[in-house]
Design a protein around this ligand. Structure first.
Ligand SMILES: *Cc1c(COP(=O)(O)O)cnc(C)c1O
Length: 368
């Protein structure tokens, strides 16, 4: 048996002939940039999550950067984000010259609302929750804090397309949100890609213009912008993948259910909340992140049995990268990063694959 963490070739090979047809059709028309396939995808992407405006961008990081630019966030401003995230979240804040302020996490690995409140200063302008692992943050608490302190919410929803909280979709709580189509993301394309959404018409017009050099109506330049466009070809591929998206999420949730059922008896590991354990949430399981006191040994053992298990972000929370000069102590995050490990979680896993992962984890603990 061999269960890689993510089988990259299969993203293409499992539906190769369909993709080849799409590629041939789009390229034969010469429809590379800002064409019909992009518009169609943007429409369907936003409609799926009940938000009126959506725009393809080059990647989720660039999407966050654009949103902050459009909101006028800059030098002197502070943006609070959870340290358990990809460095991209903080990188987008840094890119506009603002200060990323890391907050601590709760038991589910997502941002802790109390910690966010403690990090608020007179310079705070934005809270940037990250809906990690396909699970929406405690948005009742975050929205209340934002309202009380007159702050904006910009959501890093890179991992959470389709995830819901009290019936609302990740990305529909804040002033705007950014999504990623990096190949290993639950809606992945064949390279870099992303989308931003908003319900604010004025902001939507600005974002649409700014992602294309600040141009409007063809050639007039209305404002400063950047080049952050989603390739028309990637959009066509994403539209095809969107057709099966609900099924893909159902499959991820079924795998999570199986992990839960087979691993919950092992007292040495903590599992993420089960798919049906939470009445207010619909989690999409971008990742299946467990915690184990024997994390390093377990990871090594799994690797020796040909199972790819990874520690997210290469093993460090953002504030732990010394080159970035954060001066923060976040005890819950630091404790979490001594224990967290992601088991394989993707639509390519067969029943035999997940059984093998479970049996191997069990074997590790019965030998220990
Ligand atoms: C993947 C990811 C990003 C960055 O997405 P790109 O499209 O690669 O820029 C940002 N934040 C989180 C939480 C992510 O998982």
């Amino acid at each position: 048996m061999n269960v890689p963490f993510f089988d990259y070739p299969r993203l293409f090979l499992d539906n190769k002939s369909e993709y080849m047809t799409i590629i041939e059709t789009v390229l034969s028309k010469g429809a590379y940039i800002l064409q019909e396939e992009l518009e169609t995808f943007e429409e369907n992407f936003a409609k799926f999550m009940n938000v009126p405006y959506g725009y393809g961008v080059s990647d989720a990081t660039s999407g966050l950067h654009l949103i902050l630019m459009a909101l006028g966030i800059g030098p002197g401003d502070e943006v609070i984000f959870p340290s358990h995230t990809f460095v991209a979240t903080a990188g987008a804040v840094n890119a506009v010259g603002a200060i990323p302020v890391p907050a601590d996490i709760g038991p589910d690995g997502l941002v802790c609302a109390q910690s966010v409140e403690q990090k608020i200063s007179p310079a705070t302008r934005v809270i940037m929750p990250v809906h990690l692992n396909g699970r929406v943050c405690d948005m009742d608490a975050i929205v209340a804090i934002a309202n009380n302190h007159d702050l904006l919410i910009v959501e890093d929803a890179a991992q959470a397309y389709g995830a819901r909280y009290k019936g609302r979709y990740a990305g529909s709580f804040g002033v705007a949100a950014s999504f990623s189509f990096y190949p290993a993301k639950s809606l992945g394309c064949f390279g870099d890609g992303g989308a931003i959404v908003t319900s604010d018409k004025h902001l939507a017009e600005k974002l649409n213009c700014m992602r294309d050099h600040g141009r409007s109506n063809g050639s007039d330049v209305a404002m400063w912008g950047v080049n952050s466009r989603l390739d028309n070809l990637q959009a066509a591929i994403l539209s095809y993948r969107l057709n099966d998206f609900d099924q893909d999420i159902a499959k991820r949730r079924a795998i999570a259910e199986k992990y839960q059922k087979k691993l919950r008896h092992i007292s040495n590991i903590v599992l993420p909340p089960a798919p049906n354990s939470d009445k207010v949430r619909f989690d999409t399981f971008q990742n299946y992140e467990i915690q184990s006191n024997e994390r390093d040994e377990l990871q090594k053992y799994l690797r020796a049995q040909n199972i790819g298990a990874l520690v997210q972000w290469g093993g460090k929370a953002v504030h732990q990268f010394t080159a970035l000069n954060f001066d923060a102590s976040l005890p819950e995050t630091e404790e979490y990063f001594r224990k967290c490990l992601m088991l394989p979680m993707n639509v390519f896993l067969s029943n035999e694959d997940t059984d093998y992962v479970c049996e191997t984890v069990k074997k590790f603990y019965s030998n220990a």
